[in-house]
Design a protein around this ligand. Structure first.
Ligand SMILES: N[C@@H](CCC(=O)N[C@@H](CS)C(=O)NCC(=O)O)C(=O)O
Length: 219
């Protein structure tokens, strides 16, 4: 039976996992998380009461967290593209950069989005200001880290780049990356040109009107 991925194409963390599927052409059934799909939504809530997606079901195993889904694919469905290096020291660098993109790019980016969805009287301007500051610091740090690098953590495309692609994609929409951070901009463009991510971005195109802050007319 094909693996089942509970996901939505417009979600950044789902795109992170989808990149890993597409890199190695791994078959799966998409269980599309849309409010009208009541059956799928009920299955999803039963699988993972914390209701964060993506969630993968592989035979009798339920796998949550996008990074762990990618690790799971590398262990149980390996293909020619190894997203976690075999060398444990190199793997640590990859995992560290994966955490960087999730915690210091995606998390503050989501803060903007979630805040915009609140009623006006419940907004959190201080929290958004802190998120903006964290993004600025993260962009600055990344620009130095990416000097002379093609990919985030190793010579080859890895888990860290799966995390980086949607994180930088949406972060630049939300709080634009200063144009002086040329290494970050060039890296974001390389990610957009990677066929696995190009495909994820194209599949999400029909949903751009869902972006609460308003999707820019680019990318
Ligand atoms: N740490 C989780 C984060 C997943 C996450 O935040 N997913 C978002 C979609 S991009 C979500 O579930 N949003 C629903 C919500 O916040 O209610 C992962 O890596 O999978």
């Amino acid at each position: 039976m094909a693996m089942q991925l509970y996901a939505h194409p417009f979600s950044s963390y789902c795109q992170k996992a989808l990149i890993a599927f597409y890199e190695n052409d791994i078959p799966f059934e998409l269980r599309l998380l849309e409010h009208d799909n009541e059956q799928v939504m009920a299955e999803f809530a039963a699988l993972w009461p914390l209701k964060r997606f993506p969630v993968l079901v592989d035979s009798d195993r339920t796998v949550v967290e996008s990074s762990i889904i990618i690790e799971h694919l590398g262990l149980h469905h390996p293909g020619p593209v190894r997203l976690i290096p075999d060398d444990p020291r190199a793997a640590l660098d990859v995992r560290a950069m994966d955490r960087f993109f999730d915690n210091y790019i995606s998390t503050p980016q989501q803060k903007f989005v979630f805040d915009s969805l609140r009623d006006a009287e419940n907004r959190d301007p201080q929290g958004v200001a802190e998120a903006r500051s964290m993004l600025d610091t993260a962009y600055r740090w990344l620009d130095v880290a990416m000097a002379g690098r093609e990919w985030a953590a190793s010579d080859t495309f890895s888990l860290a780049d799966c995390a980086a692609a949607p994180a930088l994609f949406y972060a630049d929409w939300t709080h634009p990356i200063d144009e002086t951070f040329e290494n970050v901009h060039a890296y974001r463009q390389r990610l957009l040109a990677r066929p696995s991510f190009t495909r994820a971005v194209d599949e999400a195109r029909p949903y751009r009107s869902l972006f609460p802050l308003g999707a820019p007319d680019r990318d």
